[in-house]
Design a protein around this ligand. Structure first.
Ligand code: PAF
Length: 296
């Protein structure tokens, strides 16, 4: 089947109405473009579970702070289109900012406390922008399932909460982080790293893997697990945070890891801000694990 490229909400709705016939399931992968293997993993998951996949590419201005460079966000539209075509995407939605934010737009989705912690402390208003655009895109696409990467763990927790709090009829699927063979988590910003910066960035995943190894060896005390990670971050003076948090509240753990938790970090390497995390799950098979952070 050929891929439809649509730019307006009315076109999108018309195309989707036809695709949805006979109860066909729609999967949705919202992106800001500059697609990489992490996005490809989301699209493949959608293809495996849904009859049609919609991908959106929209560099959302409301999730960039005043000091963050929206105009320099990497854009690779031709390459992105070719990838979507190869992966059998049914609809590629490429709206202009005015389509998403009409004149005098003033209604936002406020994620509250969840948006103020971790990355939110360094990027005020970021998650309000994410929450607003994702809610709007869900209303436009009305997908059965929507797919997000675990690398953006805070984003997935916030989106799940929005879906629950606002009764949005969509299931959220979180797909494990895709990594380079040496451990670096894939992200659209990685293209900005010079060779020396890229080599330095490896300490982030090494730190998380060290904590994960200690956890697998039986360590459950948060301070000890954080110490394991810190040993690999010693020379990194631009670490923004390293925290071990509850995956529902995103609050730091005060006592032993007895339910699924996440060790999360963010750092600036050169001019590039990188985030990463690992899940620490005492019982990966428990219903508790899948109910709040379903991974594929
Ligand atoms: O993860 C992203 O790429 C963005 O935050 C999203 C979900 C597409 C919203 O703009």
């Amino acid at each position: 089947m050929s891929m439809r490229i649509v730019r307006t909400i009315s076109e999108l709705r018309a195309v989707l109405k036809a695709l949805r016939e006979n109860g066909r399931r729609i999967g949705f992968v919202p992106t800001m473009g500059c697609l990489h293997e992490g996005h490809a993993a989301l699209i493949r998951q959608s293809a495996a579970r849904c009859d049609h996949t919609v991908v959106s590419i929209f560099v959302n201005p409301t999730q960039f702070g005043p000091t963050e460079d929206l105009s320099n966000y990497p854009r690779e539209l031709e390459r992105d289109q070719a990838l979507c075509l190869r992966l059998d995407v049914s609809v590629l939605f490429l709206p202009e900012p005015a389509e998403i934010y009409p004149t005098a737009f003033c209604t936002f989705v406020e994620p509250g406390q969840l948006g103020d912690q971790l990355c939110g402390a360094f990027r005020p208003g970021h998650f309000r922008g994410v929450a607003t655009v994702v809610t709007k895109l869900f209303n436009m696409v009305q997908p059965d399932l929507a797919f997000f990467g675990q690398r953006d763990l805070q984003q997935t927790v916030i989106i799940r909460r929005i879906v629950r709090d606002l009764n949005l009829p969509v299931d959220i699927v979180v797909v494990p982080t895709v990594r380079e063979p040496d451990g670096l988590a894939l992200g659209s910003r990685n293209v900005d790293l010079g060779p020396e910066e890229r080599a330095r960035a490896l300490c982030l995943s090494r730190a998380l893997f060290a904590a994960e190894a200690a956890f697998q060896a039986g360590e459950r005390r948060p301070d000890r697990l954080l110490d394991q990670a810190r040993q690999h971050l010693g020379t990194l003076d631009t670490l923004q945070y390293l925290e071990l948090v509850d995956t529902q509240s995103l609050e730091p753990l005060g006592r032993d890891v007895v339910r699924t938790s996440a060790m999360c970090l963010a750092a600036v390497i050169g001019k590039t801000r990188l985030i990463d995390n690992v899940l620490l799950a005492p019982d990966p098979d428990s219903a508790q694990f899948t109910s709040h952070l379903e991974t594929e």
